[in-house]
Design a protein around this ligand. Structure first.
Ligand code: RTP
Ligand code: MG
Length: 141
């Protein structure tokens, strides 16, 4: 299987709950390496650009409001099948529908405050990694 990179965000609700380390452990225990990381408080412009694909959706304003409500931690995860593996670890968008043992089932409250983001394809991953990190900020090991 191919070694891939994917973009992960620990969202403001999970940062506020102080579970950054517990979420990082899920990635590491599954064999994913954190090869870049930063904490930042997104502006409306940065968050809106990130979720541009959802611009016309009714939940877009709430999504941008939520993503800018507090600091986030953004990381690049690297490993075999990293895009799909991270989505498996995250669980369904709505935590009420997420499988037991997934990050969203364990740490998320609602479809709006759902703890983590993960790229949904290798194409989005390439765009999203470049949206947050310069190539020289990524440290493969
Ligand atoms: P994400 O992009 O954050 O990883 O989430 P996702 O792929 O699982 O879901 P996506 O369809 O990309 O939606 C992005 C975020 O928008 C909010 N959302 N609300 N009310 C709704 O029907 C609805 N649908 C999506 C969620 O917070 C979701 O994470
Ligand atoms: Mg998505």
């Amino acid at each position: 299987m191919a070694i891939e990179r994917t973009l992960s965000i620990i969202k403001p609700d999970a940062v506020a709950k102080n579970v950054i380390g517990q979420i990082y452990s899920r990635f590491e225990n599954a064999g994913l390496k954190i090869v870049a990381a930063k904490m930042l408080h997104l502006s409306k412009e940065k968050a809106g650009g990130f979720y541009a694909e959802h611009k016309e959706r009714p939940f877009f304003a709430d999504l941008v409001g939520f993503m800018t409500s507090g600091p986030v931690v953004v990381q690049v995860l690297e490993g075999e099948n990293a895009v799909a593996l991270n989505r498996e670890l995250m669980g369904a968008t709505n935590p009420k529908e997420a499988d037991a043992g997934t990050i969203r089932a364990d740490f998320a409250e609602s479809i709006d405050a759902n703890a983590v983001h993960g790229s949904d394809s290798t194409t989005s991953a390439a765009r999203e990694v470049a949206y947050f990190f310069a190539e020289d900020e990524i440290c493969p090991r």
